[in-house]
Design a protein around this ligand. Sequence first.
Ligand SMILES: [Zn+2]
Length: 277
Amino acid sequence: MEKSRQKLIVVVLDGLRFDAARKYLGYVEHLVEQGIVGCYPVQSELPSLSRPLYEVLLTGTPVARNGITANHVTRLSHEESVFHLASQAGLTTAAAAYHWVSELYNSAPFNPVTDRHQHHADKPIQHGVFYFEDHYPDNHLFLDAEYLRTAYDPDFLYIHSMNIDDAGHKFGGESKQYEGAVRGADGILAALVPQWTAQGYQVIVTSDHGMNAMGQHGGTEPEERNVPLYVWGGLPFDAMQNESGGLSQLIMAPLMCSYLGIGPSEAMIDPSARHNK
Ligand SMILES: [Zn+2]
């Protein structure tokens, strides 16, 4: 499944449930309608919580293995992430993300004074801008990412927003505020994606977990687990599925590796393997 190297931007819209994406991401859905982007349902791993799923997305390992079992487990990852693999392969890595991503791959616990802006050639995330308030505006976050992209020309840029999740917790996953946050993210993508694709980036948009009407996630409800995966150009392989019919979230890390032209870690699954009958 390895293919030639391509620069990759991965956008993780924290807390974006599948049905809300399909209804409110009007620009991205336009690209689906045009046949430019493929949209796939993904069933999140469990627990459907942020920090465990950041580790799932970036290492391709289940929580029972990686040990990031809850949001309060504050330590560096023990696994090989896409950041590790890419930097070891000589690629440039960057992230504009919530501070928990820095805690998993660069430095834990997060020290806002020293860790908000990071430039370390020897760390898995070589260039990082990390925020630590859930209401840090998505439009600022995406511009942090644009700064990293234009100043450091990363091969792998990870962009992770929090306003959808924040609105969901405050007002519920079926509230007008949640809907507004999803629509807001779509507007940001509408402004940036055309530039990214014109400059040759491969783009993936997904989420860690969903959000139920009560403003909760962590459990097994479809509203909490089902998230979208948008892939520009469509998936490069037939991917393995869960019993729900959704793709396994464990394919995300090896998918990123395949676009970057690097081998997956030993712990990552072969995303094209079909072991469900
Ligand atoms: Zn949340």
